[in-house]
Ligand binder design. Structure first.
Ligand SMILES: [Zn+2]
Length: 461
């Protein structure tokens, strides 16, 4: 953008600011240097509000009528960042995708709160390693360090309120962005400290360690999609469940292994403490995904879990996603036939997984052209395993890669073409086979599942 034009634009924006209260409209626009996608999409929570195509100058523009004041986020794939919008705002951003967050600058009405949010975001990123080291400290010293980092940010916010007039809502969000971030570290402390100090028990904490909790809320819907708030809630319920299970429930030492009990207990705690529907739905979803996707419990236990989930949260906004996941996992239990999904071979012909896996021992593994490091490692691993496990047929399923790139990469890493297939419908495939994590493999014998949650590195010792 021409510099003079930019100044003119800013000047006009400044001129508009006096009328802020009078206009219900919000203008949000900006320039993306080195765009990585053709669009900018604006969200409120997980709902798309609007999307704007970049023009020939890589500019996007949103003109929004009477939207609710509050926290939004914009996505320029694959990155996203917050934007706080209030009626009458005329906000301009400039960002360079090479340093997405670091380069982001807001100007115009509403710039103060937004530049502050990004400043805090960057400070948090910068403190991560420092705080990882603090977890080794004893609890009083840890709390002192965390409190002083928090106070620095609160001071910055107080300075800002002297210079700029923030609305009540903006101030509340800015404060929550700080407070919940530091509270999260304290919720994590007992577990991180235990691990770092290689002790058997979580440490005894001094009285007052959790005092901050009484000032925090489970029920402010303006915070639901504020990252530090959600992170806090996830860690807080992990902490509460652990403490109440290890003290109150009759499973003491076995607790870590009793995932079903622990996760049911967590659902019940969330249910009893959180009233705000959307936060509750999101936290319930988090527990379900964590349990179903990572624990690989028995079919019977999964069934008990999903029944409890339905009883407590049958109207969850994510219920169909959770049900699909549960069904997908139920269908790939041992001794069931591998789902009859079709994939394409090197000649472009459709072949079903059941056909590929019949009459032999097969290991299905997965790779994508977008993850070169993983491809490099997995191809080496496949060569290795083919040598030491010659009775297995190792079959690669490619996901989310264009046909010609798939073929080229297959040649580059030296895969045998006859054992390589490509998923035409990634969504269908991952729903049926639960492709997570990327190193997972599915082991079958005569098309019957032996282990659908195998691991290319750990399953063949
Ligand atoms: Zn319990």
């Amino acid at each position: 953008m021409n510099k003079n034009l930019l100044y003119l634009f800013l000047f006009i924006l400044a001129g508009c600011s006096e009328n802020k209260q009078n206009s219900p409209n919000v203008f949000f626009s900006g320039e993306i240097v080195n765009p990585t996608s053709e669009h900018v999409v604006l969200y409120k929570g997980d709902v798309v509000i609007d999307s704007s195509a970049l023009d020939e100058n890589n500019m996007f523009t949103f003109k929004l009528d009477s939207i609710e004041d509050g926290l939004y986020h914009f996505n320029h794939a694959p990155e996203y960042q917050y934007v706080f919008l209030e009626k009458g705002d005329s906000l301009l951003i400039r960002l360079n995708t090479v340093d997405f967050d670091e380069s982001l600058v807001f100007s115009g009405t509403g710039e103060e709160i937004n530049n502050f949010m990004i400043e805090i975001f960057l400070a948090n990123e910068g403190e991560k390693n420092l705080i990882d080291d603090y977890y080794g400290l004893e609890s009083k010293e840890f709390a002192r360090k965390i409190d002083s980092l928090e106070q620095l940010k609160i001071d910055l916010l107080n300075d800002l309120t002297l210079e700029a007039e923030l609305s009540e809502k903006a101030l509340q969000i800015a404060k929550a962005n700080i407070v919940y971030n530091y509270a999260t570290f304290k919720e994590r402390y007992p577990f991180r400290h235990k691990r770092l100090s290689a002790k058997k028990e979580v440490p005894n904490l001094p009285e007052g360690f959790y005092d901050y909790r009484k000032d925090l809320t489970y029920n402010n819907k303006n915070f639901t999609y504020l990252r530090p708030y959600y992170e806090y809630m996830v860690n807080h319920f992990g902490n509460l469940s652990y403490m109440s299970c290890s003290r109150g429930c009759d499973i003491k030492d076995k607790m870590v292994r009793n995932h079903l009990h622990f996760n049911k207990h967590k659902l019940k705690l969330i249910d009893s403490l959180v009233e705000e529907k959307e936060l509750k739905d999101n936290l319930f979803r988090n527990v379900a995904i964590d349990y179903l996707l990572k624990v690989h419990d028995t079919e019977a236990n999964n069934k008990i879990f999903i029944e409890v989930f339905h009883a407590l949260s049958g109207n969850n906004k994510h219920i169909s996603e959770i049900d699909d996941l549960y069904e997908g996992i139920r269908n790939i239990q041992p001794n069931k036939r591998i789902p009859n999904i079709e994939v394409s071979n090197f000649n472009g012909e459709k072949v079903s997984l059941q056909n590929i896996a019949k009459n032999n021992k097969t290991v299905f593994y997965f790779w994508s052209g977008s993850n070169k490091k993983h491809l490099e490692n997995i191809s080496k691993r496949v060569m290795e395993l083919s040598q030491i496990k010659p009775n297995y047929n190792f079959v690669g399923i490619n996901i989310q890669t264009k046909d010609d790139e798939w073929k080229a990469l297959t040649q580059t890493v030296g895969f045998d073409n006859t054992n390589q297939y490509r998923a035409d419908n990634f969504e269908e495939l991952t729903k049926a086979l639960i492709v997570y994590p990327m190193n997972k493999c599915i082991i079958t014998e005569n098309a019957m599942i032996v282990d659908a949650f195998g691991d290319m590195y750990r399953s063949f010792k």
